[in-house]
Design a protein. Structure first.
Ligand code: NAD
Ligand code: TYD
Length: 342
């Protein structure tokens, strides 16, 4: 298969590219990535010399660029997106441009190029907060943030293209991913790297929110299962099926990180909550399990591995955190939050 992977220089996309090239010897991969603040060619260093791999820098919202990138490709996996909820609250426009307009531009170009499969990577956040039970794919969408609303817009357009034009597309709704190479603005890598530097760990509100932490390697095999075995026009949830108590509430995730690093809980800092903060997400991934998906990581083992990876790859995240882009964002997002909220 010749694959176009958009957003392949980001966190989950790069994991997917590395695992595809190592697991599927006959596949070729072209990555199309704009290299926004979150895109990083260092994430693709291990495959850069592979003759089956090609990189194109460009925007999925640019029709000429996507037309060129799609030439000769059989399938597309669209990871490209603006992905951070806090940034979507500060600057929503970029989310609409990439996650809605970009997704539509790519879907239209894929239709013209007659690809055989188009996988749209979406998020469980499109369901909105789920206070009990687990979302199934037929549940109504009720997104809360500009991020989740833009992702909902993108996947609805893709599904409309399936129905209207016969685009051979599938949608995957993923739970929160964690693991190596995650940009250090999301909870787990931010708290690990702050803890290593003895900096405060900002905990939004009471810290009792729940996420369905799913190791990035399991997330990537879930996408692979949908790409190769999924039924066109179907939607698949991907999320760690472990019992909820093993996945911990945010505050306990941060405590576990401090304990793994031998740091004091005095670094925990309750700060003013995120507006419209969803309390809980959980998906039922049985439909994906029925396709043959077998997640391998427990959260306990995965968190330990992730903490170790950040401790051993400080050059990777220090070059990001010391940069002006990250520092400007950090000051803007956290400066007004420092009042204790409890
Ligand atoms: P990320 O922020 O680490 O990477 C996003 C990548 O997309 C970057 O390489 C960036 O340069 C690229 N990009 C952004 N705008 C682009 C554009 N206009 N054109 C081309 N490339 C562009 O994201 P991630 O965490 O790896 O998420 C990947 C996908 O998975 C996203 O679609 C996201 O919505 C979805 N998702 C993520 C999570 C999670 O927990 N990280 C959970 C569920 C779903
Ligand atoms: P995040 O990693 O931003 O993912 P998402 O908002 O897409 O779920 O946040 C995960 C959880 O951690 C979420 O409940 C918000 C919370 N959080 C904090 O408490 N402090 C922080 O500094 C960040 C970034 C997140």
């Amino acid at each position: 298969m010749r694959l176009l992977v958009t957003g392949g220089a980001g966190f989950i996309g790069s994991e997917f590219v590395r695992s595809t090239l190592s697991e599927h010897a006959a596949d070729q991969v072209t990555v199309l990535d704009k290299l926004t603040y979150a895109g990083n060619l260092a994430n693709l260093e291990s495959v850069a010399g592979d003759t089956r791999f090609q990189f194109i820098q460009g925007d999925i919202a640019d029709p000429a660029v996507v037309e060129r990138a799609l030439r000769g490709c059989d399938a597309v996996v669209n990871f490209a997106a603006e992905t951070h909820v806090d940034r979507s609250i500060l600057e929503p426009d970029a989310f609409v441009k990439t996650d809605v307009v970009g997704t539509w531009t790519l879907a239209e170009a894929a239709r013209a190029a007659r690809v055989q499969r188009f996988v749209q990577v979406s998020t469980d956040e499109v369901y909105g907060a789920v206070l009990s039970g687990a979302s199934v794919e037929t549940d109504r969408l009720d997104p809360t943030s500009p991020y989740s609303a833009s992702k909902a817009g993108g996947e609805l357009l893709v599904m409309a293209a399936v129905k209207t034009y016969g685009l051979p597309a599938l949608v995957v709704r993923g739970a929160n991913a964690y693991g190596p190479y995650q940009y250090p603005e999301k909870l787990i890598p931010l708290h690990i790297t702050n803890a290593i530097d003895d900096q405060p760990l900002p905990v939004y509100g009471d810290g009792q929110q729940r996420r369905q932490w799913t190791h990035v390697a399991d997330f990537a095999t879930g996408i692979d299962a949908v790409l190769r075995n999924g039924v066109i026009g179907e939607i698949y949830n991907v999320g760690n099926p472990e019992p909820e108590d093993s996945l911990l509430v945010n505050l306990d995730v941060s405590r576990r990180i401090l304990s793994l690093l031998g740091k004091s809980e005095t670094l925990l800092q309750h700060v003013v909550d995120r507006p419209a903060h969803d309390r809980r997400y959980r998906v039922d991934a049985s439909k994906l399990v029925a396709l043959g998906w077998k997640p391998r990581w427990t959260f306990a083992d995965g968190l330990e591995q992730t903490v170790r990876w950040y401790a051993e790859h400080q050059e990777w995240w220090r070059s990001i955190k010391s940069g002006e882009t990250h520092q400007t964002y950090y000051a803007r997002n956290y400066a007004d939050r420092s009042a204790f909220a409890r």
